[in-house]
Design a protein around this ligand. Structure first.
Ligand code: SF4
Length: 336
């Protein structure tokens, strides 16, 4: 898919001391992207829907001052961020409620300082392995061409004896990573889904075939790989379509003999997310009927609506069987 080009870029004066800022400003100028020298992002497009749309095309280049990392179970020990938000518009996005009315993107250019924080956590946990997730509040591949951060990170982890990196994406611009010395210390996971979910709810992401091509390239480059099937939804012919998905993955990865991990996440929503989704996507086909769901207390201090027990068991068993019957080298990390 085409690389994302912002409509406007804000430059926090703090980043000018970093070498990479010159390259980025040149790149933006060549593309005729308007640049505002300020760390204060102003978005006032007249309505919440328009503010959301404008924010998804606005980028602030700044720094990440986070010194204390938070835990990221079950996928890794800790999470850190090279950027926040992303240019896609997935209707079910779990970040709908956490990034405010104007979820503009931030790209952090103080990569060496971020890596120093990571190193201190690796040292504290020595001699155990420490795993880090860098996709909890962003899609790192979607914004990589605007910073080169992930490339630097993969090289850092490639040299690290006790640090491991994990990321997940719905984008396909993977060519910059194919020749890196990753040392199998970075795991690439791709979020995939049935054709109904991708076509109806995942706007401005790579389409399924683009993702499949990217997965094959990353697998051929020797990276450990995995899939997030998320969010899994029940609709008229969901079983046929999820079968089609697993069959297609199997054919694409026929020659890949290393372990492939699967993480399975059923569709869920909170009351606050529902309100925002309806406001932002007026004709959404998402099933947000609370009466058909089970209210469950989530680890992040919010109630969420998940499928009722019998349905969620049906999803778990059906998808797990599909995976186990098709892949000898699959490991299902979790279903939630
Ligand atoms: S790609 Fe991920 S982070 Fe971006 S909108 Fe979609 S779900 Fe949200």
């Amino acid at each position: 898919m085409k690389l994302f080009i912002p409509d406007i870029a804000y430059i926090d004066p703090k980043i000018l001391k970093y070498e990479s800022s010159k390259k980025i400003i040149n790149y933006l100028e060549k593309l005729n992207v308007p640049i505002v020298n300020s760390k204060k992002v102003v978005i006032d497009s007249g309505s919440p829907e328009k503010n959301y749309a404008t924010a998804k095309k606005t980028v602030l280049f700044t720094t990440n001052g986070q010194k204390k990392l938070v835990s990221c179970k079950p996928s890794a020990d800790y999470q850190f961020s090279l950027s926040s938000s992303c240019p896609a518009n997935c209707e079910y996005c779990y970040l709908q409620t956490t990034q405010g009315e104007k979820p503009f993107m931030k790209i952090f250019l103080n990569i060496e300082e971020i890596l120093e924080v990571i190193q201190s956590y690796i040292d504290d946990n020595y001699p155990k392995i420490t795993a880090f997730e860098c996709s909890s509040i962003t899609d790192p591949i979607a914004l990589e061409h605007l910073s080169g951060n992930l490339k630097r990170c993969i090289e850092f982890f490639g040299k690290s004896s006790k640090g491991r990196l994990r990321l997940v994406t719905k984008f396909d611009d993977v060519d910059p990573f194919l020749k890196l010395n990753h040392n199998k210390h970075t795991k690439f996971r791709f979020t995939v889904n049935s054709r109904y979910v991708i076509n109806n709810f995942e706007h401005n992401t790579a389409d399924f075939h683009e993702r499949l091509l990217a997965i094959k390239k990353i697998a051929a480059a020797g990276y450990p790989i995995g899939f997030l099937i998320a969010p899994i939804m029940i609709y008229d012919n969901w079983k046929e379509e999820y079968k089609e998905l697993i069959d297609t993955l199997k054919i694409a990865l026929e020659d890949y003999n290393d372990e492939i991990s699967f993480e399975l996440i059923q569709h869920r929503f909170t009351k606050a997310a529902k309100e925002l989704i309806i406001q932002r996507f007026k004709n959404t086909k998402l099933d947000l009927n609370e009466e058909m769901r089970l209210l469950k207390w989530g680890p992040y201090g919010k109630f969420k609506y998940v499928y009722k027990k019998n349905e969620s068991e049906e999803i778990r068993n059906y998808i797990s069987n599909l995976i186990n019957n098709n892949f000898d080298n699959a490991i299902i990390d979790y279903f939630t």
